[in-house]
Design a protein around this ligand. Structure first.
Ligand SMILES: Nc1ncnc2c1ncn2[C@@H]1O[C@H](COP(=O)(O)OP(=O)(O)OP(=O)(O)O)[C@@H](O)[C@H]1O
Ligand SMILES: [Mg+2]
Length: 336
């Protein structure tokens, strides 16, 4: 069952059966293993999963900025606004990067050029995508800096003169400078403290609303998902294992992995001595388990779960869970 809505409206972003591998030390790393997802204009999709699940790889595949030497898109299609991005020439995709699609990178320390002034790095993206005078470029770049809460007087400073949180805000300013139609936000607030985090999320939401942009919000933080997302995809070992609206996923988590993720959050209303982590470790991406990749950690796993690709099952509230034991899981959860 594909992840599409029952609507005639063409999704703004549609990814079909994306497969991405890396090669490292002669080994093949199966980073993304047949991901389907779709997103309508103005919507925000949260991609949630443990470290190494393939979230950044999906975002980099959309922008086509995976490392040439080690990464390979082995299959799939990525449509944005009706264009198949994987079929565009390099000059064509360059026109789209930073203009139609922009990315807030996970690691602000490596996303900025250490030997270039902060203001020039923001100005550069504005200049590339707009035919306006240098004075107008600088004016807009300064406005962007102020918008993310940094005084315009710091325009001529270098990244090393900024704190980690300020650098992250510069990365956000660069991504937002061209009002992208699609924003790929990869852990945009992880490096920020909680008060700044709230401000930055509000700022992204405002700018997104102004242009009715779509967004993929990559995060470990279910609190961030609750605040900003419309749809949620739970990703495990390079596969989406559960997909639905935020309400469906939060009110009726159905895949055993998702249930484990929610169970690992401490409940502030309970006097609990121990956290409840998911037993076991994420699988080795060079040697994924047969069948459902979660089966070695899953309390419901049977022999059937160790064979072939597991299809999506539709849950009673109409969302999708890639599990053969959906009825049993729901029954047990209802009695819990
Ligand atoms: N350049 C690379 N070369 C080799 N392997 C890579 C490379 N980048 C990522 N990988 C591997 O691909 C898999 C997916 O990585 P990815 O960075 O997409 O995960 P992620 O979900 O973004 O994790 P995190 O939450 O830690 O950011 C991991 O096993 C990772 O080790
Ligand atoms: Mg990542």
């Amino acid at each position: 069952m594909a992840i599409t809505k029952n609507t005639n409206e063409m999704p703004f972003l549609q990814i079909k059966d994306l497969v991405v591998e890396y090669t490292s030390d002669g080994e093949t790393i199966h980073a993304v293993n047949g991901v389907d997802l779709s997103l309508r204009r103005g919507e925000t999709l949260g991609l949630v999963g443990e470290t190494g699940a393939g979230k950044t790889t999906i975002a980099k595949s959309i922008l086509r900025i995976l490392p040439d030497r080690s990464a390979k898109i082995c299959g799939g299609e990525i449509f944005v606004n009706g264009k198949d991005l994987l079929k565009l020439s390099e000059p064509e995709i360059q026109q789209i990067r930073g203009n139609e699609i922009a990315m807030i990178f996970q690691d602000p320390m490596t996303a900025l050029n250490p030997v270039k002034r902060v203001g020039d790095q923001i100005a550069e993206v504005i200049r590339i995508h707009n035919s306006i005078s240098p004075a107008e470029v600088e004016k807009r770049a300064k406005e962007m800096l102020e918008l993310v809460g940094i005084p315009a007087q710091r325009f001529r400073e270098y990244p090393h003169q900024f704190s980690g949180g300020m650098k992250q805000r510069v990365v956000i300013a660069i991504a937002l400078a061209c009002n992208p139609d699609l924003l790929l936000a990869d852990e945009p607030t992880t490096a920020l403290d909680v008060t700044i985090q709230a401000q930055v999320l509000d700022m992204i939401a405002d700018l997104k609303k102004q242009k009715n942009s779509s967004m993929i919000m990559i995060t470990h933080d279910l609190g961030v998902v609750a605040e900003v997302c419309d749809q949620v995809g739970i990703i495990y070992a390079g596969e989406i294992v559960e997909y639905g609206s935020k309400e469906q996923i939060f009110d009726h988590p159905t895949h055993p992995y998702t249930i484990g993720l929610f169970g690992a959050i401490p409940d502030m209303n309970e006097d609990e001595e121990w956290l409840h982590p998911i037993e076991g470790l994420p699988p080795d991406p060079t040697n994924l388990p047969q069948g459902c990749a979660f089966n070695p950690r899953c309390p419901y796993a049977t022999e059937e779960c160790r064979k072939g690709k597991i299809p999506f099952a539709e849950t009673p509230d109409g969302h999708l869970s890639r599990c053969l034991h959906t009825a049993e899981v729901l029954k047990k959860e209802a009695n819990a």
